[in-house]
Design a protein around this ligand. Structure first.
Ligand code: SAH
Length: 231
């Protein structure tokens, strides 16, 4: 029994990329301070960013890019969102422990980890099978639980609704009605809306079965939300 445990520990240590030492933790602290200066105020969001090893989502050659406040290619023409963008969207969601959250656009799974770290029960959907598989394999290894789906999330996931919060991490041409329908009353949707070059961050607060309040915020640039209710 003891031998088995030692072997597992050695195996993890040998895989250099999954090492989270003082250097990586220090880099995350610096990133958190940078985000604070850029206006992120939600301490729970900042705590989650300080905790989740973003370098696990990078290929070995690009590890030195992991704690810069930039988006980065993750293959399949997609990107891991910029830390500022992840923090900005997450802050708008006002996450509480045990919130049921739908994330549309799993991508790398980094945003999924931030939500899970904050205690949310995350349902996440990705249309590219390879990315879906990568995230569904990596996150449990990192100790994060989420429910992973592969398919077109532009219509939400009706059979798992309602959700307390919905976050869309790709740029949409409009706010799909289906997503508002799948929110609980009091629920919040955060979605970038615009053309394929730039989008405004939009939050929708569902105030009753038939009414909602919409707020249009800052400009961002996301990869497009593709699908039935999107581009
Ligand atoms: N939150 C992610 C962002 C990834 S980029 C991260 O931090 O890594 C956005 C992702 O949305 C891409 O992986 C893209 O494939 C996916 N996407 C685009 N349209 C989609 C759709 N209709 N349903 C599900 N995923 C979609």
């Amino acid at each position: 029994m003891i031998t088995i445990i030692i072997n597992i520990t050695l195996a993890l240590q040998m895989d250099g990329k999954y090492k989270d030492g003082y250097r990586e933790q220090g880099a995350r602290k610096a990133l958190v301070e940078e985000l604070r200066k850029k206006g992120i105020e939600d301490e729970n969001v900042l705590k989650a960013i300080a905790k989740v090893p973003r370098h696990y989502f990078f290929e070995d050659t690009f590890l030195n890019q992991a704690y810069k406040d930039i988006a980065f290619q993750i293959g399949e023409g997609q990107t891991i969102s910029q830390p500022y963008t992840v923090a900005y969207q997450t802050q708008l969601l006002h996450i509480h422990r045990d919130d049921k959250v739908l994330e549309i656009g799993t991508g790398s799974g980094y945003q999924t980890c931030i939500l899970a770290e904050m205690g949310a029960k995350v349902y996440t959907i990705e249309r590219i099978e390879k990315l879906y598989l990568q995230a569904a394999t990596l996150l449990p290894k990192m100790g994060y639980k989420a429910r992973f789906f592969c398919g077109d999330g532009s219509k939400g996931i009706a059979k798992r609704a309602p959700y307390d919060k919905i976050i869309v991490t790709a740029g949409a041409p409009t706010v799909p009605d289906e997503l508002i329908k799948q929110l609980n009353i009091g629920g919040i949707l955060v979605i970038p809306v615009g053309d394929q070059k730039s989008q405004k961050m939009v939050t929708v607060l569902k105030t009753s079965e038939t009414a909602y309040e919409k707020i249009v915020l800052d400009t961002f640039r996301f990869v497009p939300l593709l699908g039935d209710k999107a581009w």
